[in-house]
Design a protein around this ligand. Structure first.
Ligand code: ATP
Ligand code: MG
Length: 280
């Protein structure tokens, strides 16, 4: 198997100096070139798991391997795109994208050629001399994706990359990301709390339970990416995942609200209270 996550355990120490287990024996195998999303309630350990794969956090036990080779530190084969674009404000779009190539000691001519090709792929050729503050949020995130792709990673690790964007921009970037994925055949590990986004983009969805983060279920999404609009099949998938997550979301609310917790669990659509038709 290509990307293997084997028995990952991870704890952090909280403010009261207590050890809190965040990831509990997480194992999964990810095929080369696949698109896998991780969903789960806030604080369940999604970003921690991504950071462990990126080599930014060390697991307490367990291992990650890529093509059979164990990894424990960051490497050019795995590049991360975060929610915040993280661009250098004093560099132009082109220089931001070329930055990593300079560090790799690639000649300026080759770096510029490569960066321009990638910027064309994300439809930013007209903005290569602009500075980040002159771009919209969606454009900045496309530069961040270009900056990651220019390194030709085997695995693109994305942590809620579109969550700060409006719905229309998000929809556009979803299409763009799917095109890039098909073109580059990069393996994508995508963290999101947005179930609709996960269903729309991925082939497999890993649902994490919370405190500690454990795999609750791995769901295969039917291959039907021709339409980007929700339909009866995708709505059914969304509903399935929401139902799985319902107890987890309740758990988080109860913990965070303590005695003030008085929520009824019916804030999630249920068949009896919100019947959407037999196919849904
Ligand atoms: N460096 C750290 N030190 C202490 N605790 C941490 C650290 N990083 C994360 N945690 C804790 O680990 C838990 C999981 O955090 P993580 O950021 O992985 O969750 P998440 O699923 O990505 O949440 P969200 O959806 O809100 O981004 C949280 O309770 C968080 O407070
Ligand atoms: Mg997170």
């Amino acid at each position: 198997m290509y990307l293997k996550i084997e028995g990952i355990n991870k704890s952090f120490t909280n403010d009261q100096n207590e050890k809190v287990k965040v990831l509990d024996n997480i194992s999964m195998e990810i095929e080369k070139g696949s698109f896998v999303s991780i969903v789960g309630p806030s604080g369940c350990g999604k970003s921690t798991l991504l950071d462990v794969i990126a080599g930014l956090e060390k697991a307490d036990s367990g291992f990650i391997s890529v093509s059979g080779k164990k990894i424990n530190k960051p490497g050019p084969d795995r590049v991360v795109v975060f929610q915040e674009d993280g661009l250098f404000p004093w560099l132009t779009v082109l220089d931001n994208v070329m930055y990593g190539l300079h560090l790799k000691k690639i000649s300026k001519i080759d770096a510029e050629k490569k960066a321009k090709e990638i910027l064309k792929m994300v439809h930013l050729s007209q903005y290569i001399h602009s500075y980040p503050h002159q771009l919209s949020g969606g454009m900045k995130q496309r530069v961040a994706i270009a900056r990651a792709l220019v390194m030709e990673p085997d695995i693109l690790l994305m942590d809620e990359p579109f969550s700060a964007l409006d719905e229309q921009t998000k929809m556009m970037l979803h299409n763009e990301l799917l095109d890039i994925w098909k073109e580059t055949k990069v393996t994508i590990f995508f963290v999101t709390h947005d179930i609709r986004e996960a269903v729309k983009l991925s082939e497999k969805i890993v649902v994490l339970a919370t405190r500690p983060g454990k795999i609750k279920e791995i769901i295969t999404v039917p291959a039907m990416k021709d339409s980007m609009m929700p339909n009866s099949v995708t709505l059914k998938m969304e509903r399935k995942i929401l139902t799985i997550l319902q107890t987890e979301i309740d758990k988080v609310w109860k913990e965070e609200m303590g005695d003030e917790y008085s929520f009824q669990t019916n804030y999630i659509h249920r068949s009896d209270s919100n019947h959407l038709g037999n196919d849904i």
